[in-house]
Design a protein around this ligand. Sequence first.
Ligand code: ATP
Length: 304
Amino acid sequence: MEYLLTTNDITKQYGKQKAVNAVSIHVPQGAVYGLIGRNGAGKTTLLKLICGLASPTDGDFSLFGKTGRETSEYMSRIGSLIETPGVYPNLTAAENLKIKCLAMGIRQKTVVNELIEIVGLSSAEKKKVRNFSLGMKQRLGIALALVGSPDLVILDEPINGLDPQGIAEIRETIFRLNKEKNITFIISSHILEELSKIATDYGIIHNGVLLQELAREELLSKCCERIELKTDDTRKACTVLENMGITKFKVVDTDTIHIFERLSDSGEITMELAKNQVKTIYIAVKNEALEDYYLSLTGGEENV
Ligand code: ATP
């Protein structure tokens, strides 16, 4: 697989604390990569390391296949919105964008209007940023991150504090930019349920450590409704299931099978296994919500 960005055991230590501890993430080209973790997990620090806003204590990252100093010439292909966007409150969105364009040496006059259109701020043409809602400010932040047509856009908690309508608008904007402009995104959040509506890949970070990295399909298969079956003979159990006409199942480890159909037929399945001298050790219907799965990984209640 082609990765646009990988971090290689990247570490950032503040005093005795490792805010990011040997983290290796892999961001495929064209992905919407969701970086999920509780408050203080190390998300912002990791994103700052990637954007060059902080330097690693150890490890490094590869960008467009380049590592170390060679990444510097590619840094301009990253747009970012980390923490509060730096904006001039007494200016309009267009004026703020013009300043950023000038600073980056972009002179085409159409760029500002295009960006305003892309993030859906056209109707607020005359409004000063100080009168913007939080959602509008976030959208302006995204537009600022898009100046210079980056290939990778990094957004730190872009939906934090937004109402459901604001969240839906940001989600739709990201989705469109990803599909239409082929922009790769890294988005951090502490709400897995929200990220799951848009992310194609996930990195789960906790106490500075990457606990798991998985593609959307893997996450969904871990969370969707299923029968969990443990027997004393997995291979024979698979044959029994097939003979029962059950095809949607997956062997997940040496003694466990997940079955994704006929969820109300646990009784029939155990009887059939018994008839074929396969002993059922455990059988149960599981339906783990995404958020529960995340909590089971990170242990305990979310402290938002
Ligand atoms: P949040 O969503 O609350 O910002 P986060 O996952 O983004 O959480 P970070 O901001 O990366 O977490 O912080 C990770 C840890 O590193 C925290 O314990 C934080 O206090 C610490 N930390 C971050 N920046 C600094 C710094 N400049 N100096 C000292 N400690 C820091």
